[in-house]
Design a protein around this ligand. Structure first.
Ligand SMILES: [Fe+2]
Length: 293
């Protein structure tokens, strides 16, 4: 049975999540699941993750891993919600992320003014993944490829002929992920993408986002050959200095993501919402800045 990939598009944040397995009744992994969040009302819900869970049940999959390609800045992760639902089925899925999350936690702990109750050793996650590590998945094997640059914890996951690239690369017309977040670096991302471009020519790249033009369908996958020769910002023959100049100039024009603060506050905790405060409610913080703060 060839690798099975089912992809789910979250339109509100233009995010792709992926469910991979070796067919019905086999171990499975969920990559980058999204928790629905409305910042105006504070409402958190799980319709999107519920669709993935329904497929897990329908195909009798045993989810061994819930993997994050990085700590996302534009959507909340549903990793913890899925882990808790799966535990009710007697399935213990492990939430994994690149070991670079520790530096990300350290940075954002200070930004949000979190206290000692928030550990910055990655222990909120079940497993910190190292470059080159092989994660078992039944008869499949997921090889972790460290691909920092967009963030310092960027990790791509290579299974059979597929690689899940996170925000290193978007579709060819959209280019590459921005590199101006804390821990981001365009030269580092250049080397990460060249590492992906060196994979075998028949490799399929599964995306974490797509931002299609109006009336076009989002793409969940791009062939490596198309990406290497046609990416608008970084082709295989693009010089590092040219890419760094282009990426840096582009990043200077980009607004802060709408869900930056809510996303990071949840995603550095492996998808857990902040713990309840004395009155019982859960709250997100927004650090204030500017001349009048
Ligand atoms: Fe991202």
């Amino acid at each position: 049975m060839p690798l099975q990939v089912q992809s789910y598009f979250h339109a509100a944040t233009s995010t792709w999540s992926h469910l991979i397995s070796n067919g019905d009744g086999t171990p499975a992994a969920i990559i980058d699941p999204v928790l629905d969040f409305d910042p105006a009302s504070g409402r958190v819900s799980a319709e999107s993750a519920q669709a993935i869970l329904a497929a897990v049940h329908a195909h009798k999959l045993r989810v061994d891993w819930i993997l994050e390609t990085h700590a996302h800045a534009d959507h909340l992760s549903a990793a913890d919600w899925l882990k808790r639902r799966l535990a009710e089925d007697g399935v213990s899925a492990r939430v994994g992320i690149g070991a670079g999350i520790v530096a990300v936690q350290q940075h954002w702990k200070a930004v949000f003014g979190l206290g000692d109750e928030f550990a910055i050793d990655g222990s909120d996650f079940d497993h910190l993944i190292a470059d080159g590590e092989a994660l078992p998945l039944g008869e499949l094997r997921i090889e972790a490829l460290s691909t920092p640059g967009h963030t310092s914890d960027g990790m791509s996951y290579h299974v059979e002929d597929a690689v899940f690239v996170g925000d290193t690369l978007f579709s060819p017309s959209a280019g590459t992920g921005r590199c101006d977040f804390p821990g981001g670096d365009a030269a580092t991302q250049y080397r990460s993408i060249q590492r992906l471009y060196a994979l075998p020519a028949q490799t399929r790249l599964f995306l974490c986002h797509d931002y299609p033009p109006r009336d076009a369908e989002p793409r969940e996958m791009v062939d490596l050959v198309e990406q290497r020769s046609g990416n608008a910002q970084l082709r295989r023959d693009t010089a590092e200095a040219d890419y760094v100049a282009l990426r840096t100039a582009r990043d200077a024009t980009l607004p802060q993501p709408r869900l930056l603060y809510p996303s990071l506050q949840v995603n550095i905790r492996a998808g857990r919402l902040p713990p309840p405060e004395a009155a019982g409610g859960r709250y997100l913080r927004i650090p204030l800045s500017g001349d009048s703060a």
